[in-house]
Design a protein around this ligand. Structure first.
Ligand code: C2E
Ligand code: MG
Ligand code: MG
Length: 516
C-alpha cells in the first residue's frame, strides 16, 4: 500500500512543484512514514486537507478501510493485540503462500528473533511495561525490515510476533546468504540499543537464528524449526548476536535434547561414577587431598565427561539430584577410607543451583553425619561466580560449615568477576586458579606477573593457592617459586577411579620425589 502512495506523491509532486504544494506533500510523506510504523489513527495533517483536499479525502477513506480490515482481522484472531503484528497462525498461512509463490531456485530466508533478558523486565517492571517494550521492539524490527527493503528492493518480508518475546521474519526473496546474515546482524544491533521506558533505560538484546530455503528446509515449518535451533545457539553463545543454521548445529541440538531426556533416569540407573584427582603439596610432594569429578558411563556412548552434561543438568535443574548423589558418594568413600586408616581430604564441586535450595546445608551436614565422616575431611568447591553472588544468608551458612571443620575452596578463580572486598570477607580456605591463568606462564612474562599478583593477593587474605591443570614440570617449578601451595594436574596424575586412586596413593613417596 505504501508503494502506491509513493507513486501518487511522486505524480503530484511533478504536477505541482510550487512551495505550498511541496509542504503539503512533505506533510503527507511524514504521515505515510507514521503509517509504515503502524500508526493508522493520527489525523491527516491540515495542510494536506487545505492544499490537496481531494487527495486528503482519498487518504482518509483508504485509511478508514485499512483500519476496518485490520479490526476485522483482529476480530478473526489473526493479529497480536499487543504489537498489531500478524500472529503465529497468520504468519504460518501468509508465509506458506509467499513460499509457494516464489520462483524456482529463488533463495528465501527465515529469521527467528528471541529477546534476551526480557523476563527481567516483566519481573521487575511488570507486564504492562513489558508489553510496551514489546511494542517498541516490534517498531524497531519494522524499521530494520523497511530499511532492508529500501536498500535492496524485493517483495515485502513478513514480520510476526509468535508468542512471548519471540518474533519471526520471513524474506521470500534474498539474493544471497550474506543478505540474510546482514539483516540478522542489523536486528541484533538495533535491539542492543537501550530502550527508554518511563524514565528507565532498558538493556535487552536479541538472539537471532537464520535458516535459508532451500538449503535448510523447503517448508515453513522446517524453516522455522531450523531458525529456532540457530537462535538457541546464538543465545547459548551469550545472546546479542545471530547464528546461521547448520546440520552440525542440528545434531548438537538433538544431542542436547537426548542428554536432557537420558539424564533424568541416569541417576536412578546408577550410571554415574566419581573420578578422583590427587592434589599434591608443591613443597613436600605429599598427596594432601583429591577432587571428586563426575563421569557418566552412558549405555551407548561410553564414558562422558562433565562438559557434555553438567551445563544441561544445570539448565534443567537435574544438577541438584546429581549433586546429592555426588555428596552421598563422597560421604560413602570417606567413610570406608577412614575405617581403613586413610584420612585424606576429599573435595567435591557444588553447583550454584544447589545453593539455591534452602535445605542444601542441612542435607550436607546430615549426609556426612550419617556416614560417620568428620567434616574436617570434607572440602566444598564453589565457582567464583557463585561465591560472589550468593546471599548474605548463604554466606553465613558457608561460614558456619567452615567453623565446623569443612574446607571451602573457590574454583576456577580468574574467570568470573571477583569483588576484592567481598573476597576478603569470604569464609575461605583455598583458591583454585583457573587453568587459563597458568596456561602460558612458561612463555609469557605478562602471564607470570598476573599469576604472581593473584598468588600474593590470595595468600595476603590468608588462603592457600591451588593451581589446576598443571601439565608440565616447568609450570610446577614456576608456581612453586611464586609461592603456590598445591598442584592438581595431568603432569602428576589424571583423575582415576577409586581403586586406581587408592593404589596410586600407596606410592605416595614416589610422587613426593616427582614433585619436590
Ligand atoms: P573443575 O572443578 O575445575 O575440575 C577440574 C577440571 O580440570 C577437571 O575436568 C579435570 O579433569 C581437569 N584437569 C585437571 N588437571 C588437568 C590438566 O592438567 N590439564 C587439563 N587440560 N585438564 C585438567 P573435568 O573432570 O572434565 O570436569 C570439568 C568441570 O566439570 C569441573 O571443573 C567442574 O566444574 C565440573 N564438574 C565435575 N564434577 C562435578 C560435580 O560433581 N558437580 C558439579 N556441579 N560440577 C562438576
Ligand atoms: Mg572443581
Ligand atoms: Mg577448576
Amino acid at each position: 500500500m505504501a508503494g502506491l502512495f509513493c507513486l501518487l506523491v511522486a505524480y503530484i509532486a511533478s504536477e505541482r512543484p510550487n512551495s505550498e504544494g511541496a509542504r503539503a506533500l512533505s506533510a503527507l510523506g511524514d504521515r505515510l512514514l507514521a503509517v509504515e510504523q503502524g500508526d493508522l489513527t493520527s489525523p491527516t495533517p491540515a495542510v494536506v486537507r487545505e492544499k490537496l483536499p481531494k487527495l486528503a479525502t482519498a487518504v482518509d477513506t483508504l485509511f478508514a478501510e485499512v483500519r476496518a480490515s485490520i479490526e476485522n482481522a483482529h476480530a478473526l484472531g489473526m493479529y497480536d493485540p499487543v504489537t498489531s503484528l500478524p500472529n503465529r497462525l497468520n504468519f504460518r498461512a501468509e508465509a506458506d503462500k509467499l513460499l509457494a509463490g516464489r520462483s524456482d531456485g529463488q533463495m528465501a530466508a527465515m529469521l527467528f528473533v528471541d529477546l534476551d533478558r526480557f523476563k527481567n523486565v516483566n519481573d521487575s517492571l511488570g507486564h504492562a511495561r513489558g508489553d510496551q517494550l514489546l511494542v517498541m521492539v516490534a517498531n524497531r524490527l519494522r524499521v530494520v525490515v523497511t530499511a532492508e527493503i529500501d536498500d535492496r528492493g524485493g517483495p515485502r518480508p513478513l514480520l510476526a510476533r509468535l508468542a512471548g518475546d519471540e518474533f519471526t521474519i520471513f524474506f521470500p526473496e534474498v539474493a544471497a546468504q550474506a543478505d540474510a546474515e546482514r539483516v540478522a546482524r542489523r536486528i541484533a544491533l538495533a535491539i542492543s540499543e537501550p530502550f527508554e521506558l518511563h524514565g528507565h533505560s532498558i538493556d535487552i538484546g536479541a538472539s537471532v537464528g537464520v535458516a535459508l530455503c532451500p538449503d535448510h528446509g523447503v517448508a515453513i515449518e522446517s524453516l522455522m524449526r531450523a531458525a529456532d535451533i540457530a537462535m538457541y545457539q546464538a543465545k547459548s553463545s551469550g545472546g546479542g548476536r545471530y547464528c546461521l543454521f547448520s546440520e552440525a548445529l542440528a545434531s548438537e541440538h538433538q544431542r542436547k535434547i537426548d542428554t536432557e531426556a537420558a539424564l533424568g533416569e541416569a541417576v536412578q540407573r546408577g550410571e554415574f561414577l566419581l573420578a578422583l584427582q590427587p592434589q599434591l603439596s608443591l613443597t613436600t610432594g605429599e598427596i594432601v587431598a583429591a577432587e571428586a569429578l563426575l563421569r557418566w558411563n552412558h549405555p551407548n556412548e561410553g564414558m562422558r565427561q562433565p562438559s557434555s552434561f553438567i551445563p544441561i543438568a544445570e539448565q534443567t535443574g537435574i544438577i541438584t539430584e546429581l549433586g546429592d548423589w555426588v555428596m552421598s558418594e563422597v560421604a560413602a568413600m570417606l567413610s570406608v577410607w577412614q575405617r581403613d586408616g586413610v584420612t585424606r581430604r576429599l573435595a567435591f564441586n557444588v553447583s550454584p543451583r544447589q545453593l539455591d535450595r534452602s535445605d542444601f546445608f542441612v542435607r550436607l551436614r546430615t549426609t556426612f553425619e550419617q556416614a560417620g565422616v568428620p567434616l574436617s575431611l570434607v572440602e566444598v568447591e564453589f565457582t567464583e561466580t557463585a561465591a560472589m553472588h550468593c546471599s548474605p544468608e548463604v554466606l553465613e551458612e558457608i561460614a558456619s560449615l567452615r567453623r565446623d571443620g569443612v574446607s571451602v575452596a573457590i574454583d576456577d578463580f580468574g574467570t568470573g568477576y571477583s569483588n576484592i572486598a567481598r573476597l576478603r570477607s569470604m569464609p575461605l580456605d583455598r583458591v583454585k586458579l583457573d587453568p587459563s591463568l597458568i596456561a602460558d606462564i612458561e612463555s609469557s612474562e605478562k602471564a607470570r606477573v598476573v599469576v604472581q599478583a593473584v598468588v600474593q593477593l590470595v595468600k595476603g587474605i590468608g588462603a592457600e593457592v591451588v593451581a589446576e591443570a598443571v601439565e608440565t614440570v616447568a609450570q610446577a617449578d614456576i608456581l612453586r617459586t611464586m609461592g603456590c601451595d598445591t598442584v592438581q594436574g595431568f603432569v602428576f596424575a589424571q583423575p582415576m577411579f577409586e581403586d586406581e586412586y587408592l593404589s596410586w596413593t600407596r606410592n605416595s613417596d614416589r610422587h613426593a620425589r616427582d614433585v619436590a
